[in-house]
Design a protein around this ligand. Structure first.
Ligand SMILES: Cc1cc2nc3c(=O)[nH]c(=O)nc-3n(C[C@H](O)[C@H](O)[C@H](O)COP(=O)(O)O)c2cc1C
Length: 253
């Protein structure tokens, strides 16, 4: 079974491609996160966990869902981490997660996809993003036969910089960088509540028709990227940048 978490659709697309090619089931963890309920799933075929890279690791909320979830059936686990540039030394932490959970680590497929971290970095426009997406599809297709035969994926090598990114920098990032404080709305906000709906943490409420962010933000960028009127900004950092939403696999295959 393919189990995925997504902020802006890249990981959903990768999960959909895998479900299509492997003719396997697919599960979006969004309701579990939103309603704060544990994963409870059964799969006779290997688990394939698909998620974005946050601070050169698996998003901690997704890691914790796996760790605390009830996963029946297969003990084999693959991981696909979509990323804007690289996954650092994420493999080490995935191995630790598998050890703790009694899963057999079958490998990590890093997958460069469009950068979605509009609060920090430049984000591609739709045209440039689609070119990156098509390349990523091809890359992922190459991993499909290995997964279909339950073979080990090649190890992902990491250099000293990658090791530092996934350890020290990840801690600094999680504790010091991830904050909702700079989120604000402009007068384009219609109070439609799409941001409230899209937030996997239930961290946004409408107050007097305007969104208000609380302290549970994980910086997934779903609110800012899905706002239909582009009325959300992150301080000044997002101003003038395109908003990225990945097309679904079925739309473009
Ligand atoms: C909070 C946050 C942290 C990120 N950290 C990394 C990172 O460490 N390395 C990287 O290459 N990309 C990083 N990215 C980019 C995303 O991993 C990438 O765009 C991913 O494909 C988004 O997937 P999604 O559309 O499923 O949310 C980060 C994005 C966000 C929002």
């Amino acid at each position: 079974m393919i189990v995925y978490y997504t902020g802006t659709g890249n990981s959903r697309r990768a999960a959909q491609l895998l479900a299509d090619r492997l003719q396997d089931g697919i599960f979006d963890v969004f309701p579990c996160l939103k309603e704060n309920r544990p994963l409870s799933l059964r799969s006779e075929r290997p688990w394939i966990f698909v998620a974005p890279t946050y601070g050169w690791q698996l998003p901690h909320v997704f890691r914790d869902l796996i760790l605390n979830g009830d996963l029946q059936g297969s003990r084999d686990a693959y991981f696909v981490m979509t990323c804007g540039a690289g996954v650092g030394n994420a493999e080490k932490y995935l191995r630790q997660l598998c050890d703790k959970k009694g899963l057999t680590f079958k490998g990590l497929q890093p997958l460069v996809m469009p950068e979605n971290y509009i609060a920090m970095f430049p984000v591609p426009d739709e045209r440039a993003g689609r070119v990156i997406v098509k390349k990523a599809d091809k890359r992922l297709e190459r991993a499909v036969p290995l997964m279909a035969q339950n073979l080990q994926l090649p190890a992902v090598k990491s250099n000293p910089a990658g090791k530092a990114m996934s350890s020290l920098v990840n801690r600094v990032f999680t504790r010091g960088v991830v904050t909702a404080k700079p989120f604000r709305t402009t007068d384009r906000c219609m109070g439609c509540g799409k941001c409230v709906q899209m937030c996997p943490r239930n961290n946004i409420t409408l107050e007097n028709g305007r969104p208000k962010w609380s302290a549970e933000c994980i910086h997934c960028m779903a609110c800012i990227s899905h706002c239909p009127t582009e009325a959300i900004e992150y301080g000044k950092k997002s101003v003038g940048k395109p908003r990225w939403q990945c097309p679904e696999w079925e739309e473009t295959k």
